[in-house]
Write a protein that binds this ligand. Structure first.
Ligand code: NAD
Length: 499
């Protein structure tokens, strides 16, 4: 049944999950259980397993064997592609179930969850093509007696650590590319949002992925995530999460010099020039700060606006914010749902208090919603924000916008780049020259012109500066999970070295 226009009810009891290794579910047995409550309703919705490091070690042995015997890496791109296409269908068949679980665990609006699940299926289809397109290079210019080849090989066993803000979508931006490259995987989702990653294991298995190629070990970051990053028999870790934990994973990965892909935090500028269509820009800024309740790595929460239009623009934003539909994420009309955990809620409120203390002008919001069950924060705007203030420098990860003004183009670029991060930026102007000059000079892995937070799997994602290393999606996203090998083939008789 299509559930897109229907308000789903909360589950009568939480759904229990084991974990997934070697093509099968493993029961939680006597292991500890993590019970997740819906952040919007405060009702238990899932129970997942706190795996042990022994469970992780066993899963690594399985993934290593599956890689070494070439049951997946030895298949043609065409065969790998067929599995990924079937997986895309499997995702669509379970759209209602996946979207509901995603909303129950994250608190994000159900319409958004449905979009993310459908978007995930689309990424599998893109990556299916990439599995067939992946290729190396040849050098036919080395003379008649030499031929050079550059081959790409799967890097091996990949550990995949994902965050809670887009559990299924971020998984989908990684897994099909890693599989397209021919690697095997051990995924460790965030402990608060593991359900859809576990279901994906079942979908892949039913799509014909050989046993042992995709394994999911659930549990805490400090124990399982840390052990996975330290593990001597894992060849690469793809980590998506905070910059602080990313730094820890960098240190932990040093033991065997494993390759590390890091997709980390951001403090992304929205640069609005006076010649922009201000109504469009204000809509984009409001979307950029409220999307996923501000818990979005590429969320544009740092408004850098030309002084001559700053007051009018502020008014436009406040008017639009008042019309954002905030509330029960199970209601298909809701646009902004709950904040992920009580701890994250407290962190956002702490930053709001710091903003007030540092002398920024509170324009709207600034508190939780009184009388609502669950964790909800009012969209909050601070104006007169000096770029040295904490709220302008640190990633808040909530619906909190700071407004800083500029007079000249150079000043706009300087403010936009005045951050340790370099994940994303948006530019709003009707001048093509200005937009081009700005996107060339802004230091960020993703830049949007006259739009924000959009895109598909064709283009790569990743960060400059402390927002990370490596790239996901696009053909870059497959190449990331390969090793490059040079092969020199001598032709004809050898000129002997020994006289
Ligand atoms: P987090 O860093 O707390 O956790 C991310 C993952 O790392 C979780 O699975 C967690 O269990 C695990 N983890 C925790 N401690 C670990 C350790 N010592 N070793 C290994 N793994 C460990 O991040 P979060 O709070 O889940 O997510 C929010 C952060 O993620 C924000 O900073 C956001 O900007 C960032 N993020 C970045 C991107 C991107 O593509 N750049 C995308 C989404 C989120």
């Amino acid at each position: 049944m299509d559930q897109s226009n229907h308000i789903a009810s909360l589950p009568a009891e939480p759904r229990s999950f084991g974990f997934f290794v070697d093509g099968s579910w493993v029961d939680a047995g006597s292991r500890e259980i993590f019970e997740r409550k819906s952040p919007a309703h405060d009702v238990a919705v899932t129970r997942t397993t706190r795996c042990t490091t022994d469970d992780l070690n066993a899963a690594v042995i399985v993934a290593r064997k599956a890689f070494a015997d070439r049951r997946w890496s030895g298949l043609s791109g065409a065969r790998r592609s067929a599995v990924l296409l079937k997986a895309a269908n499997g995702i669509r068949e379970r759209l209602d179930e996946l979207a509901l679980l995603e909303t129950l665990e994250t608190g994000k609006p159900i319409s958004q969850s449905r979009g993310e699940v459908e978007g995930g299926a689309d990424i599998y289809e893109y990556a299916a093509g990439a599995a067939r397109a992946l290729h190396g290079d040849s050098f036919n210019n080395l003379g008649d007696r030499m031929m050079g080849l550059v081959t790409r090989e799967p890097i091996g066993v990949v550990g995949l650590i994902t965050p809670w803000n887009f559990p299924f979508f971020i998984l989908s931006e990684r897994v099909p590319f890693i599989l397209a490259a021919g690697c095997t995987i051990i995924a460790k989702p965030s402990e608060v949002t593991s359900a859809t990653t576990l279901i994906m294991a079942e979908i892949l298995s039913e799509a014909g992925l050989p046993d042992g190629v995709f394994n999911v070990v659930t549990g805490s970051g400090s124990e399982i995530g840390q052990a996975l990053t330290e593990h001597a028999d894992i060849d690469m870790v793809s980590f998506t999460g905070s910059t602080a934990v990313g730094q820890r994973t960098l240190l932990a990965s040093a033991g065997n010099f494993k390759k590390l892909g890091l997709e980390l935090g951001g403090k992304n500028p929205q640069v609005v020039f006076a010649d922009a269509n201000l109504d469009d820009a204000a809509d984009g800024v409001v979307f950029g700060m409220c999307f996923n309740a501000g818990q979005c790595c590429v969320g544009g929460t740092r408004l850098v606006v030309e002084k001559s239009v700053a007051r009018d623009f502020e008014t436009l934003i406040v008017e639009k914010l008042a019309r954002v539909r905030i509330g029960d994420p199970l209601d298909p009309d809701t646009q902004m749902g709950a904040v992920i955990t009580g701890t994250q809620n407290d962190t956002i409120l702490k930053y709001i208090a710091i903003g007030k203390k540092e002398g920024a002008r509170l324009v709207c919001g600034g508190d939780r919603f009184a009388g609502k069950t669950g964790q909800f924060i009012q969209p909050t705007v601070f104006a007169d924000v000096d770029r040295d203030m904490t709220i302008s420098r640190e990633e808040i990860f909530g619906p909190v916008l700071t407004i800083t003004t500029f007079d000249t183009f150079d000043e706009a670029i300087e403010i936009a780049n005045d951050t340790i991060y370099g994940l994303a930026a948006s530019i709003w102007t009707t001048s093509l020259d200005k937009a081009t000059d700005a996107f060339r000079r802004i230091q960020a892995g993703r830049v949007w012109v006259n739009t924000t937070i959009t895109g598909g799997p064709e283009l790569p994602i990743g960060g400059f500066k402390q927002s990370g290393t490596g790239r996901e999606t696009g053909i870059y996203g497959v190449e990331e999970y390969t090793e490059v090998k040079s092969v020199h083939i001598a032709l004809g008789r050898r000129d002997h070295w020994v006289a």
